[in-house]
Structure formats: C-alpha cells, structure tokens
Write a new protein. Structure first.
Length: 470
C-alpha cells in the first residue's frame, strides 16, 4: 500500500515537472521585456544626471565649482543644476550663463537663485537649463535607442517575459508600424503600482519603455530619432489624450546606458482623461502611426495636424467644461479649413466664410462619414439644445460654444438652464468629432472607444464609422 502511494506521488510530481518544463520553454521563446536604468525610480523622484565639477561662464565672468545636475519632474519636467562656488559669485538672478559639465556639450542656463553663505564663504547657485543638455557622442549611430513614457494607460498587447521573476510574463508589448523601422513599447513591470501612485498623488510616473531600431540593421542617428520622436510625441498624445513623451532617450555605450538628450519636456501630469484608444486592441491603433508620421513630414499637412492635435489635448485636459467646448471647436474649425479649403478644395474661401461654423463642421464630418445626428443616449444635450433650434449634434455643440463665447445675460441664463450634464455631453461629443476627424485623416480603420457612452466597460469598442459605411 505504501509503495503504491509513493509511486503515485512520484508520477504526479513528474507530471508537474513536465508542465513547469513546458511553461519554461514557452516563456523562453517569448521576447524579453524592455528594461531601463530607471526601473527602480519612484514617481516624481528626481533623476541624477551628473555630479562633479561645474563651470558657469558669461561675457563678464567664469565660475568653477562643485555641484550636480538632475532631471526634475515637478512642478514641470526640466533640467536643473545646483553648484557651490568659492566667495561671492556676483551672479545675478534671472541672468543667463553657459553651463559646462564633463563629457557634455555646453548649454545655456538661467540662474534662479544665488545665495552667499558666510559660514562656508561659498555661494550656492541654482538654475534651470534653457536648452537641451547633450552628451558628447561617438561618431556613427546606435543599433537601437530606448525611451520612456509617463502616465500612459494599460493595454493588452503581445506577450513578453520578465527576467526578475520565475515564470513571469505579461501581454504588455505594443508595436507601432513605420516603414523602415521597428518600434516596440512595453508597459513596465511596475506599471500598476506606478499608475496607482500617480492617480493618488498626481505628477509623473514612468509607465512604459520604448525601443526604436531600423529594420535593415543600419545605425540609428540622433537626427533620425529626433524626427521620429516628434511624430511619436503627437501620435501618443492623440492616443492617450494628453502628453506622455517620449522622454529621456538612452542607448548603451560600452555596455553602460547613456542618456542621449536631456531637455525640458512637454508632459502632462496624471489626468483621468477619456480617449478613443482601444486598450484591448492596441495593435490596430499602432497600424495608424505610419500614415501619421508621413503626414507630419508633409509641408501641406504637418503644421495643421500638429496644431489640431494640440487643441485636442488642450481641450481634453481643460479645467472647465466651457474651456474644453471652446477649444474643441477651434480644433474642428482648423481641420474644416484644412480639409475643405486648403487640401481638397471642396469649398472656396468665400463659400467657407459664408457658410458659417455649423455648416462647415457638418460638411467636414460628412466628408469623413461621421454621423452628425444626435446620439440617442445624449438626452440632456438633445433636449436642451433642440429648444435652441439645433437640428443635430454639430449644431448643438456650436450653439453651446456660441452661448459661452458671445455671452449676454440672456445666454448666461440659457446656459444655466441647460445644466451641467448637457454641457458634459457637449464636451465629449465635440471631442469625439475631433478625434474621429483626426483618425479619418490618418486613414485609421480599426476600433475606437466611444467616449460619449459614459457607462461603457473596457473593450466595449466600435468600428470607426467610415469603415462601416464603406
């Protein structure tokens, strides 16, 4: 009897061992998750860049001392320095100086504080860099450059394995399509903890690590990366609904990571912002990057697309409903002019000005086959603005905007009667018109999350309307 029990236990353990072995083989076949030298950095924690001898020079003087340079997140991302210099420095606050540190190119800095300490006979000088701090780089380029994102939302992408834990994997890789390049963006292993922290405390947390390389194996220059980084900045802003990077690009040099570009960065502190981004189907969104990048390099489209994306982000993160509604219409009218007059010549300049905002925006959405009728579920907006003789959703958001901008005592009373819920619906309907117009311009044909359905659940996405009617 005992021998039988032992035999059964041995057989069971062998089965468990085979399962573990098969799992290890499956995990070993997965690509490793991307890592960075800042994986252990907590949200909002300053990042030390340099410590040692600092030189400050101007037309009048030269100061040599000891100090440090760091990347500071709060209140806004910037490069700051602090140095101790012998004696009274004679440096004036708000004065520009040239900062020089070892193995980096000189950069202009603004003095923000200078205080003499008689106890040590030294002057402490603090300042903020006005321009990027760049290391002295070897000739050639890099096999790959990695970068970081802040405050990006979670998603379900391709599987990767983590080296820090046994049998650990996650569906955290998102690939962006771009001719001639390979671009991968991973959620960090600490994504949930970081996100929970910034949700509770605000500020910035590193949520993603990205990697860029060329498909043919050629070296990637900083010029290549900076052009690509500009496109990534706007595309990722469109996806997240606010600015997330890229920031702090780095590459391995002689086996050690080196930050390649340290600069004040346009990033947004944590926001509970809505967005169209399909978190269960990020691959579909990634396919749109190629066309987005191409249009940004097109002199006829680039600046207009940048400005429209900026208005979208500004509207999506506005402090008040009224501000969001007004900014959204600015973005929509910019696109209407760009599409209807400049690029496709559906209208003359005279006709465009004659038709007015409501007609022009309705025509823009009609070109893209975006429905303009009142969504049935936005009952507060439809009920309130029908009384203002609005015929559809476009007319409704324009009338609400006009009541805000062309304020009279009567219109202010009308807005008060309209109510907060109707204005909230107007905000999100307008933002949906704007984000769908941007997606139509870049040829996106995947799923999107309908922001006007406030009670939707994750994955309750829809196909873009122009694909449904094609």
């Amino acid at each position: 009897m005992l021998a039988t029990l032992v035999a059964r236990r041995v057989q069971k353990q062998r089965k468990v061992n085979r399962v573990i072995e098969d799992m290890n083989k499956s995990l070993a076949a997965l690509p490793p998750a991307l890592t960075s030298p800042l994986d252990a950095i907590s949200p909002n924690e300053p990042i030390s860049i340099f410590s040692g001898e600092i030189l400050l020079t101007s037309d009048k003087k030269m100061l040599r001392g000891l100090g440090d340079v760091s990347f500071s997140w709060l209140p806004n991302p910037r490069i700051v320095f602090r140095g101790d210099f012998s004696g009274a420095s004679g440096v004036d606050i708000m004065e520009n100086q040239t900062l020089s540190i070892g193995r980096h190119e000189p950069a202009e800095a603004l003095i923000s504080k200078a205080s003499y300490k008689s106890s040590s006979s030294k002057t402490e000088v603090n300042g903020i860099l006005n321009e990027p701090l760049r290391p002295q780089l070897p000739d050639g380029g890099f096999r790959e450059i990695r970068f970081l994102l802040t405050n990006f939302s979670s998603y379900f992408g391709e599987p990767v394995r983590f080296s820090s834990k046994s049998l650990a994997m996650a569906k955290s890789r998102w690939r962006l399509s771009l001719d001639g390049y390979e671009i991968a963006i991973d959620l960090t292993e600490q994504h949930k903890e970081v996100t929970d922290n910034v949700k509770a405390n605000g500020g910035f947390g590193i949520t993603n690590i990205g990697r860029v390389s060329k498909t043919d194996g050629a070296l990637l220059t900083m010029e290549d990366f900076e052009t690509l980084s500009d496109s990534l900045h706007y595309f990722l802003g469109l996806c997240r609904g606010f600015w997330v990077g890229p920031v702090l690009p780095f590459a391995d040099i002689d086996g050690k990571p080196l930050f390649l570009l340290l600069a004040p960065s346009r990033l947004t502190t944590w926001q509970n912002a809505e967005t169209w981004f399909p978190r269960l189907k990020p691959k579909e969104a990634g396919t749109a990057f190629n066309r987005f990048h191409q249009l940004l390099q097109d002199p006829d489209w680039g600046e207009g697309l940048r400005h429209a994306t900026e208005w979208y982000v500004d509207a999506n993160t506005a402090d008040t409903l009224e501000s969001s509604i007004v900014k959204t219409q600015v973005g929509l009218e910019l696109l209407a002019w760009l599409v209807l007059v400049d690029r496709h010549e559906f209208k003359s300049k005279t006709q465009y000005r004659h038709d007015g905002a409501a007609k022009n925006l309705e025509d823009l959405l009609t070109v893209f086959r975006i429905p303009v009728a009142y969504p049935e579920h936005l009952k507060h907006l439809s009920r309130g603005t029908t009384a203002w003789s609005a015929d559809n959703g476009v007319h409704a958001i324009v009338k609400v905007r006009n009541h805000i901008i062309h304020s009279t005592s009567v219109k202010r009373r009308d807005l008060a009667t309209l109510g907060k819920m109707a204005k909230l619906e107007a905000k999100h309907l307008g933002l949906q018109y704007l984000e769908l117009s941007l997606l139509a311009i870049i040829g996106y044909i995947g799923a999107y999350s309908d922001r006007t359905k406030f009670n939707r659940i994750l994955g309750q996405d829809q196909v873009v309307p122009w694909r449904m009617t094609s």
